[in-house]
Design a protein around this ligand. Structure first.
Ligand code: HEM
Length: 488
């Protein structure tokens, strides 16, 4: 890009007014014009931000849609200062209009993502008890391991019928696997989604599953296209129908099974909140985990050497005829580095918004007053200043030990020098602080189990490059048809 980030210590601090501002005759429309003229569309919003950075630099100001005047920064050192300044009090009100509108329409409890203040901290405590404690995750890992075995059997049945060892639209199967895992997490129940007939396996779960998938097809439109706020558009009705379907499915599930998420504190939680919790958890894992896996599959397929190293690292543990344990999974250092590398290369979330609660001085060299809304551009930022060969998949860059370090990054790299070069917040897949992702441990462990098992059983043939599109998350464009070769 034209702009280099100034990484010196002695940056001169400039006042807020000097932050480069996007110009235009009608400030409130400027950010919309490139969309109206067709230069960008919703699906290329991440490209829009990338081009803004190239034109205006790492930090700039713009009146942005319905959020008013905002500051945007692509500098990971700024993110650290911003997120740390919010501290433990960070109970931001997320600009999520559509979810709130639906809760109001149907008189439902607000979802976790919507709640603020004391209610938020209570809900966080509840969710965190189940999802963030290693002992809890340790309980799930062997079960996820078995579900993954079932996925591989399901895949093998398909391969047996295929003439060229190819699975068409592989991600459909990953979606089912993911939902099956979420069944264990939320209800301690198997849904049978890896049987051949998904519709009859568990009709209530199937409703929630299709509702969640439909939801993600309309949510972003409702959230960012202003007409839906004032008119009852077709899209709005589709959004409501998808949301209804998730809630109905989840209500039926709760009438059949107990909510495992609140084991031990059942009496303290109202039915409405129980419902909100299961809806939230099933939905929050629906598009997220599979999208990260999609990118990971692409990179593994196109980097056979990385696959081979994951295979070598895990083959001993997997030769035992029993489900994987939490400990075994978390000893896979190369695999964990590979996942971190995917988070770096293909961050799921392109933009995080925060409202400052105090004045800050951004390391980029600007003062920003309390109350300002800042967009952290975590997806399209230029990483070439921090990572060698930033477009290449090199899990080695995250490994601290010297022998493996010689392959990527600095040949004499040690723990200290790595930390000097890479900003702490350069890879921020789950955010930071109290409003960070509550599902991160579950998500990571499920992805690790999945990858170990898949790579152990099959060699994944190269799949070529994939373009990306923005749909709240940044996702690969197209379907994943993948050729698998059985290793054993
Ligand atoms: C690899 C998969 C996932 C990624 C990359 C991811 C990433 C994120 C990010 C970036 C945020 C916003 C953080 C912020 O604003 O600072 C978030 C929030 C959230 N995530 Fe995830 N997530 C993933 C999977 C999951 C799963 C599996 C669950 C549930 C089991 C989940 C539940 C949530 C919830 C409830 C929030 C809202 C937190 C709040 O409002 O305070 N996520 N996630």
């Amino acid at each position: 890009g034209a702009h280099q980030l100034n990484l010196e210590d002695n940056v001169v601090v400039k006042p807020f007014e000097e932050i480069p501002k996007v110009k235009g005759l009608f400030p409130s429309l400027t950010s919309l014009i490139p969309f109206i003229t067709g230069k960008y569309e919703q699906a290329t919003l991440h490209r829009f931000f990338e081009d803004r950075r190239k034109e205006y630099g790492f930090v700039y100001r713009e009146h942005f849609g319905m959020n008013g005047d905002m500051v945007f920064t692509s500098n990971p050192y700024d993110w650290e200062v911003i997120l740390r300044s919010l501290g433990a009090e960070d109970d931001l009100e997320r600009p999520i209009w559509a979810l709130k509108a639906y809760s109001k329409l149907r008189n439902r409890s607000l979802l976790y993502i919507d709640v603020v203040g004391e209610e938020f901290f209570e809900r966080r405590e509840l969710m965190g008890k189940m999802m963030l404690r290693p002992q809890k995750i340790a309980k799930f890992v062997p079960q996820y391991s078995q579900i993954t075995d079932d996925l591989l059997d399901f895949i093998q049945r398909k391969l047996d019928k295929s003439s060229d060892n190819t699975i068409e639209d592989f991600m459909e199967d990953v979606d089912r696997w993911q939902f099956e895992c979420a069944g264990i997490l939320t209800l301690n129940q198997r849904f049978g989604f890896l049987e051949d007939d998904i519709q009859t396996a568990n009709p209530a779960a199937y409703k929630a599953y299709t509702g969640a998938k439909e939801f993600f097809k309309t949510w972003l439109d409702i959230e960012i296209q202003p007409q839906h706020r004032t008119q009852h558009t077709m899209k709005w009705h589709q959004f409501v129908a998808a949301s209804d379907l998730i809630y109905e499915g989840c209500e039926e599930l709760l009438s059949q099974y107990k909510l495992a998420l609140i084991e031990g504190v059942e009496d303290q939680v109202s039915d409405a909140v129980k419902l909100a919790m299961i809806v939230d958890t099933l939905r929050a894992s629906t598009d997220t985990v599979p999208t990260v896996i999609f990118w990971l599959m692409i990179e593994l397929a196109n980097n056979p050497d990385v696959q081979e190293k994951i295979y070598q690292e895990s083959k001993e543990v997997l030769s035992k005829d029993k489900p994987l344990s939490y400990k075994e999974v978390n000893q896979q250092h190369y695999l964990k580095a590979s996942l971190k590398e995917i988070h770096r290369m293909r961050p799921l979330v392109a933009l995080s918004m925060r409202k400052l609660r105090q004045d800050v001085i951004l390391p980029s060299g600007f003062e920003v007053p309390s109350g300002t809304t800042i967009g952290l551009l975590t997806n399209p930022y230029d990483q070439s200043q921090f990572f060698e060969d930033s477009h290449k998949m090199k899990p080695e860059r995250w490994l601290r030990n010297r022998e493996t370090k010689t392959e990527g990054g600095c040949p004499f790299g040690t723990k200290d020098s790595t930390e000097e070069v890479i900003p702490k917040f350069a890879v921020l897949p789950f955010g930071h602080g109290p409003r960070s992702c509550v599902g991160r441990r579950i998500a990571e462990n499920s992805i690790l189990v999945y990858t170990m098992k898949l790579v152990n059983k099959y060699f994944i043939h190269p799949v070529g490059e994939f373009d990306s599109y923005f749909n709240l998350f940044v996702k690969p464009k197209g379907k994943l048809n993948v050729r698998l070769e059985k290793r054993i």
